[in-house]
Design a protein around this ligand. Structure first.
Ligand SMILES: *[C@@H]1O[C@H](CO)[C@@H](O)[C@H](O)[C@H]1NC(C)=O
Ligand SMILES: *[C@@H]1O[C@H](CO)[C@@H](O)[C@H](O)[C@H]1NC(C)=O
Ligand SMILES: *[C@@H]1O[C@H](CO)[C@@H](O)[C@H](O)[C@H]1NC(C)=O
Ligand SMILES: *[C@@H]1O[C@H](CO)[C@@H](O)[C@H](O)[C@H]1NC(C)=O
Ligand SMILES: *[C@@H]1O[C@H](CO)[C@@H](O)[C@H](O)[C@H]1NC(C)=O
Ligand SMILES: *[C@@H]1O[C@H](CO)[C@@H](O)[C@H](O)[C@H]1NC(C)=O
Ligand SMILES: *[C@@H]1O[C@H](CO)[C@@H](O)[C@H](O)[C@H]1NC(C)=O
Ligand SMILES: *[C@@H]1O[C@H](CO)[C@@H](O)[C@H](O)[C@H]1NC(C)=O
Ligand SMILES: *[C@@H]1O[C@H](CO)[C@@H](O)[C@H](O)[C@H]1NC(C)=O
Ligand SMILES: *[C@@H]1O[C@H](CO)[C@@H](O)[C@H](O)[C@H]1NC(C)=O
Length: 461
């Protein structure tokens, strides 16, 4: 064997060669992924191009040649107020053609029919470039807007002119404008719809924002870092309230149950405590309810049985106790019921007929809750223990890990799956890298061997 000669050279050469191969493979894969991401962007760009291709066109197209071949009809005469057109351009909004022609690109603009110039009534800015700044002057000239919406527009925030604030009926700000103030929002007194999500709102409480909005029908202020309490006096005409993902504390005021037009109520992921108000069932229009991930305690109020159209109920991850009421069975529209991770006890009052009706049903994580195994099969994997004949959990609750062999199988197997998967699938952040590394090393060794053999053969030959 010619093994002795190669070794001295190999130790030096091999690692370098491997490194070289590795770096080339990684760079090529990066290049490949880049190449893969680049082509798609042009193709779907028919809609989302504005940042790249359309932005040049708006500046060129509208001013010199709007009334040409593309638009056959009278739209030449019904163009937008020049002041507003300029404002739009300063806002980076797609204005390639007359913004008043419907449908505008991505439905960004809608105009009224006034003359001699039309005016904007609706403006939707989305996916703005990050250097966009909203000028006060531009916004002031847009004071005919009834609807203004920002989605993924990290523009520098500004003060909203009062004229604009008063004219708006609908204001939406999702993951945009970096920051808002409660006082600033409170000037929008003619709003019927307010949506602020994933934008920090600095305010001492929701009442500051909402106190003067007498026409509000729908309000979402979610993931906005708002502290304080839920206002005691909310408008009775509200149909949609979403305060999820804030830092709201204290009790749910019982006056909230005066909202008898409320269809959707979401207080999930806050720090609310105390009990669900007894009069909760007065909200007779309620369809969707989430009180998920708070610190609510006490029982599910019986009055809730009076709400006829409940479809979606999420009370999970609180400290609710008592037994699970049977009245959920009577709710014909119910499709989603999540009661997991609470402190409910007793026998689960549902049978398979009921559960099959639901799209989602969860009761796991209630250690004193159990199911009647003559009615329900362990195969349902409810995440709770079967009952003994006294209606107490058979396998003692902390035994989830031990005795769970057959019954709370779901739980333990889920956990097992996770832990075992974490190496192969889920923990993939580490796993795949190792696999990739291994494959790369193996491949490069093979390549090296081949090269080495070729060189050898050449030398020999
Ligand atoms: C904005 O960007 C997101 C993600 O890149 C995309 O899904 C969405 O369709 C875009 N919205 C518009 C209106 O172009
Ligand atoms: C634009 O709005 C119209 C009417 O509201 C709607 O039918 C259409 O789907 C929207 N188009 C886009 C791309 O959002
Ligand atoms: C908005 O509200 C103000 C004050 O209540 C009122 O004077 C004004 O006419 C309203 N504007 C619109 C566009 O509704
Ligand atoms: C949330 O509010 C607290 C104070 O109320 C502040 O310290 C923190 O920076 C805010 N977080 C964000 C993301 O604005
Ligand atoms: C609430 O709605 C009712 C009917 O929808 C309407 O008559 C009433 O004026 C509204 N109240 C307010 C304060 O907007
Ligand atoms: C409540 O809000 C959370 C987070 O915003 C959302 O995931 C959930 O679907 C909402 N639930 C209902 C019933 O609206
Ligand atoms: C349920 O929780 C409430 C409030 O924390 C407490 O007063 C009550 O004793 C609890 N009831 C049961 C049956 O644990
Ligand atoms: C209400 O819940 C239903 C069923 O889960 C869901 O399809 C619907 O999107 C929800 N609506 C709102 C406004 O959250
Ligand atoms: C399930 O429970 C409902 C109401 O409690 C009852 O009407 C129905 O007959 C039960 N179904 C079965 C299969 O036991
Ligand atoms: C379980 O269901 C059977 C049949 O309906 C009933 O006889 C028994 O009492 C129930 N057990 C418990 C603990 O509720």
């Amino acid at each position: 064997m010619s093994s002795p000669p190669p070794p001295p050279k190999l130790p030096l050469f091999l690692p370098l060669f491997l490194l070289f191969l590795l770096s080339t493979t990684t760079t090529t894969t990066k290049a490949a992924t880049k190449a893969a991401t680049l082509p798609p962007s042009p193709s779907p760009t028919s809609s989302p191009t504005p940042p790249t291709t359309k932005t040049p066109s708006p500046t060129k197209a509208p001013s010199p040649t709007p009334p040409t071949t593309k638009t056959p009809s009278r739209s030449i005469h019904s163009t937008l107020d020049p002041k507003q057109l300029r404002a739009l351009q300063s806002l980076d909004s797609p204005t390639a053609k007359d913004p008043c022609i419907q449908p505008s690109p991505r439905n960004a603009t809608i105009c009224d029919s006034s003359s001699p110039f039309r005016h904007l009534v609706s403006l939707h800015l989305s996916n703005c470039s990050s250097d966009l700044s909203l000028s006060y002057t531009a916004l002031k000239s847009l004071s005919t807007l009834q609807s203004l919406s920002f989605t993924n527009c990290p523009a520098t925030p500004t003060r909203f002119p009062l004229d604009l604030a008063l004219s708006l009926h609908s204001f939406t700000c999702i993951h945009s404008l970096k920051r808002l103030t409660g006082v600033g929002l409170s000037h929008f007194i003619n709003l019927t719809d307010l949506t602020v999500s994933n934008v920090p709102v600095s305010t001492s409480g929701l009442y500051v924002v909402l106190g003067n909005m007498r026409k509000l029908r729908s309000v979402t202020i979610s993931y906005a870092n708002v502290t304080g309490y839920i206002p005691k006096h909310l408008l009775s005409n509200l149909t949609h309230v979403d305060f999820s993902g804030n830092r709201l504390k204290g009790k749910i005021p019982s006056s909230i149950t005066l909202l008898e037009n409320l269809e959707s109520f979401n207080l999930s992921s806050n720090a609310l405590n105390g009990e669900i108000p007894d009069s909760f069932g007065d909200m007779i229009s309620l369809k969707n309810l989430s009180l998920r991930s708070n610190s609510l305690s006490g029982a599910i109020p019986h009055s809730m049985s009076a709400i006829p159209d409940l479809a979606h109920v999420d009370l999970s991850s609180n400290q609710l106790n008592g037994t699970i009421p049977k009245f959920f069975v009577e709710m014909k529209k119910l499709r989603y019921l999540n009661l997991e991770n609470n402190a409910f006890h007793g026998v689960l009052p549902f049978n398979l007929t009921f559960m099959k009706r639901l799209a989602m049903f969860k009761v796991g994580g209630n250690s004193n809750l159990c199911y009647n195994h003559t009615i329900l099969s362990s195969k349902l994997k409810l995440g709770i223990a079967p009952c003994d004949k006294h209606g107490l959990p058979l396998s003692p609750p902390p035994a989830k890990d031990d005795s769970s062999g057959d019954r709370s199988e779901s739980e333990s197997s889920d956990y097992d799956d996770e832990s075992s998967d974490s190496n192969s699938k889920k923990g993939g952040h580490h796993g795949p890298n190792k696999v990739v590394l291994g494959v790369a090393i193996a491949l490069s060794s093979i390549v090296f061997l081949i090269v080495f053999l070729i060189l050898l053969s050449k030398r020999c030959g």
